[in-house]
Design a protein around this ligand. Structure first.
Ligand SMILES: Nc1ncnc2c1ncn2[C@@H]1O[C@H](COP(=O)(O)OP(=O)(O)OP(=O)(O)O)[C@@H](O)[C@H]1O
Length: 253
């Protein structure tokens, strides 16, 4: 049986208190984003996911690609159970660790160490389990004594290290990542890639949203292509022709 199964998933954001007509006009000529469904009474509906169907099995590593606003992050949030779809079904069997919303569980007034505990708790681990992992996470992040300072004193890259450290230390069944490498420096990117390879072996499923085709093709065996919230293709990565933006064969799905 599949560990992740999505059937007919639709999700629409409702944006309240905007000047609907002027927003519609502003977005009309933009080639990116979800589809604006209707506007009126100062409410705009953005159809971010439309009819998403796929399933993943043990060992699958899914890459999600699509232009800005195609729905990648929204889909990851559905998988993380941050959002329930408006219609459709989501079945997930396993413990999920998420690197989607970097601010999830992060309190800038608390120290790195205190945040590690909070982030672990949010991801479903006991304080005892997290405390056992802390020395290893601190070593990986290279934050040194900053670990006992409030996060508000960290740079963006330092916060990324902390979050990446937590998300990859707790040995999840399912690891969700969104443009995870962006804020790190060159040294960290190298270190993170090695670490990710270790996690790949430990996690049963990885789902990664990125604009980097080379990163995706080196890590993933499956690809999901989104366009304005719609599923253009789901299948083996070898069956997607990235250069021509089309399926290679009849494997169109
Ligand atoms: N909180 C929100 N409220 C309203 N609309 C939103 C919200 N978050 C995203 N959207 C809209 O939903 C659509 C999908 O956005 P999403 O962030 O999932 O895209 P993405 O593929 O991750 O984009 P990017 O590559 O730019 O990160 C876009 O049209 C976006 O404007």
């Amino acid at each position: 049986m599949s560990l992740i199964e999505l059937t007919g998933v639709n999700l629409t954001y409702r944006i309240y208190s905007v000047r609907a007509q002027s927003l519609r006009n502003a977005i009309a000529n933009v080639a990116v984003g979800g589809r604006l469904l209707k506007s009126g009474n100062d409410i705009v509906h953005v159809n971010a996911l439309n009819g998403i169907n796929f399933s993943l099995n043990e060992g699958d590593r899914l890459g999600i690609i699509g232009h800005n606003g195609a729905g990648k992050t929204t889909l990851l949030k559905v998988l993380a159970r941050v959002y329930e779809p408006d219609t459709g079904h989501v079945r997930i069997d396993g413990r999920v660790s998420s690197m989607i919303d970097v601010s999830l569980g992060v309190d800038y007034e608390l120290t790195g160490r205190e945040n590690l505990i909070n982030m672990g708790r949010i991801r479903g681990y006991s304080t005892k389990q997290i405390l056992q992992k802390i020395p290893e996470i601190v070593e990986f992040t290279d934050l040194g004594q900053f670990i006992d300072l409030p996060i508000k004193t960290y740079s963006a890259g330092m916060v990324t290290r902390l979050i990446f450290g937590v998300a990859t230390s707790l040995e999840p069944d399912i690891l969700l990542m969104d443009e995870w490498i962006g804020a790190g420096d060159k040294f960290f990117v190298e270190k993170a890639t090695n670490r990710l390879n270790e996690v790949l072996n430990k996690s049963r499923i990885i789902v990664l949203a990125t604009h980097s085709w080379s990163l995706m093709s080196s890590l993933c065996n499956k690809v999901l292509v989104l366009n304005a919230g719609r599923q253009v293709f789901f299948g083996d990565i070898a069956d997607w022709d990235e250069a021509n933006n089309e399926p290679r064969s009849k494997a169109f799905g």
